[in-house]
Design a protein around this ligand. Structure first.
Ligand code: NAD
Length: 530
């Protein structure tokens, strides 16, 4: 990417932003660099936050790590250092867990009324909404994603979810149970908060994944230690500041930053009652094993290889744009990315041509630019991994319909890629790529049983979509598919009220909807002889 002095020129991103004003000088690592964006794109608030000191939140105080160690955070659009954040160790984890323990066992948080809890959570939603532009810009710089998509999806959905969960505070109750044993009894159940929750989130939706976890935990009355991914800790730190502003008592929300070792220390901690994790299936299995010490409650939301199944009667225009966004949204870094397409042979070629056309229309670039559709993938490591799959696909004989290579010469950009005529033996079909890469296969057998067999031919079971106008086919196939969410004529659409989670090796537990409250509460039976 061309640059002159410290100024990054926007046209060097391949875009028509030549001559735009530089609006905000931002501290990028050791040098001050003016990010070249259209006026207002990196607002003063986001710039001030990025320039500031980044610390961990423990017991209501902003602190460095006990060891004084820190690690660097990079902008995936150019690989440059943004800032550094504390590198937590065991001592910091112990302090954060102790703070969450104290806030749960003694603090006002568990004694205030459900309505008061609801008001505070709702206030947090209002504040996040008010700071929405700033948060989406921070997310864009840290993660690479489109800021406007982050405003609509990451922040917008997060705000909605907090409001939805705020409503649950006043509705978490038990039942009166009719007993059959001899005597006069009055028996009932209480639904109580599970306690101190360690919440470990990934880098693909850093803020939104944090909110998916904290919203039901707070609604249930739990306290939290959040560990954001080491690649993207910044929005979690800003979230902590806003949580304080909303009036949450000290210790109810704590943030520790660091890599998997910090996550493992939380998972192992005897004073943590529950672990909630989103990330890879491999680490999910470690979390399950690591939680065994004190038999923590565990929920894990893991990887996927979600099929999109297209029947010949589908509305093709709608299907082309829907299946394209089903795989390319967020640069394919979605756990439910529709990365396997099974399309009837009669429409296969048209669908491939349509997907190639959609891919060519997607604007690739720095996420802060207003018309960017696709940003970079998150890191050099992820870039290498996705590039390795592109090579493997070509080596194994898949046809490259579009893409198949990096975009530009700097940063971690990958062109949206469609592989056709793939087969289940190929690693690109079997394994989660977590990039903007889809594998397509035609089918000619109209037996739903055979199609379901193909769709289910994976250890994962997170999402699936069926594209058809035939309601009978849609509902029959939906029952045969082993996945936590099945969409019809849509892919990736989540809702605050719709339970979300995995079958098979895609995870345990359901987030969102009333099921999420179950993850953060436990039932106590009270039986009284009258
Ligand atoms: P990861 O599973 O290693 O990391 C996710 C989170 O877990 C991070 O916060 C990380 O620090 C933490 N972690 C890592 N090791 C841990 C351990 N032993 N104990 C406790 N916490 C630990 O994911 P990744 O390495 O960043 O990405 C690898 C692959 O995971 C990706 O290529 C992708 O396939 C998949 N992934 C899936 C999702 C999803 O939403 N399902 C999200 C991110 C990544």
């Amino acid at each position: 990417m061309g640059s002159s002095g410290g100024n990054r020129t926007v046209h060097s991103l391949g875009r028509a932003w030549r001559g735009c004003e530089f609006t905000a000088p931002v501290q990028f690592g050791r040098k001050i660099m003016n990010i070249a964006v259209a006026p207002g794109l990196l607002g003063a608030e986001a710039a001030a936050f990025l320039r500031g000191k980044h610390q961990m939140l423990i017991d209501g105080k902003w602190v460095d790590s006990q060891s004084g160690k820190a690690f660097d955070v990079f902008d995936p659009a150019d690989g440059q250092k943004i800032t550094s954040v504390p590198e937590a160790g065991q001592a910091d984890v112990d302090l954060a867990v102790a703070a969450a323990r104290k806030a749960f066992d003694h603090g006002p948080w568990t004694r205030i009324t459900p309505t008061e809890r609801s008001v505070i959570i709702w206030r947090l939603a209002d504040l996040l909404d008010r700071h929405g532009d700033e948060l989406s810009q921070i997310e864009s710089v840290d993660n690479g994603k489109s800021a406007s998509q982050a405003r609509a999806v990451d922040v917008g959905f997060g705000v909605d979810l907090l409001r939805y969960m705020a409503g649950w505070c006043t509705k978490i109750g038990g039942d009166v149970i009719p007993m059959s044993v001899p005597g006069d009894w009055h028996a009932y159940t209480l639904r109580e908060p599970v306690g101190v929750c360690a919440q470990i989130v990934p880098w693909n939706f850093p803020l939104l994944m944090a909110i998916w976890k904290i919203a039901p935990a707070f609604a249930a009355g739990c306290t939290v230690v959040l560990k954001p991914a080491e690649q993207t800790p910044l929005s979690a730190i800003r979230l902590g500041q806003i949580i304080q502003e909303a009036g949450f008592p000290d210790g109810v929300f704590n943030v520790v930053t660091g890599d998997g070792r910090v996550g493992a220390a939380l998972v192992d901690h005897p004073d943590v009652d529950k672990v909630a994790f989103t990330g890879s299936t491999e680490v999910g299995k470690l979390i399950v094993k690591g939680s065994a010490g004190n038999l923590k409650k565990v929920s894990v939301e893991l990887g996927g290889k979600s099929p999109q199944i297209v029947f010949p009667d589908a509305d093709l225009d709608h299907t082309i744009s829907g299946t394209a966004s089903g795989i390319f949204f967020n640069s394919g870094q979605c756990c439910t990315a529709g990365s396997r397409i099974y399309a009837h042979k009669s429409i296969f070629d048209k669908l491939m041509a349509g997907l190639a056309d959609e891919a060519s229309k997607l604007k690739i670039g720095r996420g802060l630019l207003p018309d960017t559709d696709i940003g970079p993938v998150i890191s050099q490591e992820q870039f290498d991994k996705v590039s390795g799959y592109l090579e493997a696909g070509k080596r194994d004989g898949a046809e490259v319909v579009t893409g198949g290579e990096r975009w530009g010469t700097e940063g971690y950009f990958i062109k949206p890629t469609v592989f056709a005529h793939t087969n289940p033996q190929m690693s690109i079909v079997r394994e989660e790529i977590f990039g903007p890469v889809v594998c397509a296969m035609p089918f000619d057998d109209d037996q739903l049983e055979a199609i379901a067999l193909e769709a289910n031919n994976t250890p994962f079971g997170l999402g699936a979509s069926i594209w058809t106008r035939d309601a009978g086919i849609a509902h029959k196939l939906a029952r045969k598919i082993k996945a936590g969410t099945v969409w019809v004529n849509a892919h990736l659409t989540n809702d605050v009220a719709l339970p979300f989670g995995g079958f098979k090796q895609s995870g345990w537990g359901r987030e969102m909807g009333r099921e999420a409250i179950d993850l953060y509460t436990q039932v106590k039976s009270v039986a009284m002889r009258l």
